[in-house]
Design a protein around this ligand. Structure first.
Ligand SMILES: Cc1cc2nc3c(=O)[nH]c(=O)nc-3n(C[C@H](O)[C@H](O)[C@H](O)COP(=O)(O)OP(=O)(O)OC[C@H]3O[C@@H](n4cnc5c(N)ncnc54)[C@H](O)[C@@H]3O)c2cc1C
Length: 384
């Protein structure tokens, strides 16, 4: 496997890194503390083409490959987990689903305004009673003339309260399990759609995580995304790709934590010398730096396989599992190296610590990644 980046991939990564350092990082603490979704940052991300990263240019996107999009995600997450999470939900979940499975009519009507950043997207699968077990969703869609009527609740939906367009999964076969799910494009103005509230949460405060309600929500028949009753398979394929982005997101938080730990350990003096001179501190930095490098290689490998149209389910799950646990380890270590200063808000590491936990939960928990990886490995074994 050759993981040399092309000139273009390096250029786009640098553009993302410079933008994140100059325009996102200086505001990351403020937007987290005020729990404010920073629209102005998303307008600037749109100017750079990052609101439609993998969408063809004819639909308003930047037509980046998966490797480049993941590199951009890492750089944005390094500056602000909140901005990166909202960007990931918009790009790889909402837009990815709509562009990949939507009809030409849906692409023309919705993909362009999302890709150019005029509109924000959300992707609504999870419900109060259905998380890891996505086949058990209870939201229903029933056909009535030339409309679908959606009824049910969605829970923990990134961008739910700020999105203009939402891809919503609902059951179209009342007694089916898994096979009877379909996706719908819902506009926020559609009759019967309601944002109930944004959740108060541990971290990622500038990225709204919303509860949504659908009461006889009227959706035009042509807003069915993909084939009827094929939604579960489409969701699984979108999550495979999304996990590469979540791995890159995790590496961004891990790298930020590591950078902070290195810098602090050189500045902080105890017992008459920089704490970076103590072997205990040096070994912590060595362990985290090694895991960060390994995580980056894992997500690049998964992204490269996707770009080469090779199977990448196992590789994406491995990258997501290892990188998310690395993000937690890196943030934990960085707080530890900062001592008491790591526990107060004057330093960004307490934010990294809070934000990192999501990596092990969103787009499939670590336990679900282990299920996917073991299933992929063991399916090739012959028993009996
Ligand atoms: C900040 C945030 C943003 C989110 N954004 C979105 C979004 O945009 N769209 C969306 O649809 N969802 C979103 N989610 C929901 C997220 O995808 C779910 O929280 C996640 O999939 C886990 O589901 P759950 O919370 O219901 O946990 P559960 O599925 O109830 O899991 C609880 C525990 O049981 C374990 N577990 C469950 N099943 C198994 C099993 N078979 N074997 C072993 N262990 C198991 C889990 O790993 C976990 O430890 C978001 C969540 C958060 C916190």
């Amino acid at each position: 496997m050759n993981i040399e980046l092309s000139e273009e991939q390096r250029l786009v990564r640098k553009m993302a890194k410079d933008f994140a350092a100059s325009e996102i990082a200086p505001r990351a603490d403020e937007i987290d503390r005020s729990k404010r979704f920073p629209r102005e940052i998303f307008e600037r991300l749109a100017d750079l083409g990052f609101m439609g990263m993998q969408i063809p240019t004819e639909y308003g996107g930047a037509e980046l490959d998966t490797v480049t999009s993941a590199l951009v995600m890492e750089e944005i997450a390094r500056a602000s987990g909140s901005v990166a999470l909202s960007l990931a939900a918009h790009n790889s979940l909402a837009l990815g689903h709509l562009y990949t499975f939507g009809s030409e009519h849906l692409r023309q009507r919705y993909v362009k305004p999302l890709s150019t950043g005029e509109r924000i997207g959300a992707w609504a699968l999870t419900e109060p009673g259905a998380g890891s077990d996505a086949k058990s969703i209870q939201t229903t869609a029933r056909k009535s003339g030339d409309e679908w009527l959606l009824n049910g609740e969605k829970f923990l939906i990134t961008n739910g309260s700020v999105a203009d367009f939402l891809v919503v999964m609902a059951r179209t076969k009342p007694d089916g399990r898994g096979t009877g799910i379909s996706a719908f494009l819902v506009e926020k103005e559609f009759h019967g759609f309601e944002v109930v509230k944004d959740q108060e949460k541990l971290g990622l405060h500038a990225s709204p995580t919303s509860d949504l309600l659908f009461r006889e929500c009227r959706v035009p028949a042509e807003n069915l995304v993909g084939e009827v009753n094929h939604g579960h398979q489409d969701v699984m394929s979108i999550l495979d790709g999304g996990r590469i982005g979540m791995a890159a997101f995790s590496v961004g938080i891990a790298q930020a934590s590591l950078d902070a730990a290195i810098s602090y350990s050189k500045d902080r003096h105890q017992f008459g010398r920089p704490i970076a001179e103590f072997q205990a501190i040096r070994f912590m930095i060595a362990d985290v730096a090694t895991r960060v490098e390994a995580s980056r290689l894992l997500y690049l490998r998964a992204a490269q396989r996707k770009d080469l149209r090779r199977p990448f389910t196992k590789e994406a799950s491995m990258a997501k599992l290892f990188a998310s646990e690395t993000a937690m380890k890196a943030a934990w270590t960085s707080v530890q190296i900062h001592g008491g200063y790591g526990y107060v808000v004057d330093y960004p590491v307490e934010r990294y610590f809070r934000d990192a936990k999501l990596c092990e939960i969103g787009e499939g928990t670590s336990e679900i990644q282990r299920l996917v990886i073991s299933r992929e490995i063991l399916k090739s074994l012959q028993f009996g």
